[in-house]
Design a protein around this ligand. Sequence first.
Ligand SMILES: [Zn+2]
Length: 88
Amino acid sequence: MIQRPWYRRKSSPTNCREVGRVLQHYLDNAMGPEWAARVAEHLEACKDCGMEEETYQEIKLALGRQRPAVHDDAVSRLREFGRSLTDG
Ligand SMILES: [Zn+2]
């Protein structure tokens, strides 16, 4: 059985689980701008994700500057968050 990589899939990450799954790529800037925009959109709109706004704003700002200047703390918190979504 072949598992398609996230970027091959047609569906966009519009639910919490999908977002959690691609969050790693999002953080690594390994995501196309369209996808990144969708993830950003979701994180901004979905309070269920439990995203701390402060953390997210920090990351959004850093990505907006196209620089990997996100605080390690914020990144690790986001990674943890992504894991919590996909592990369940
Ligand atoms: Zn969500």
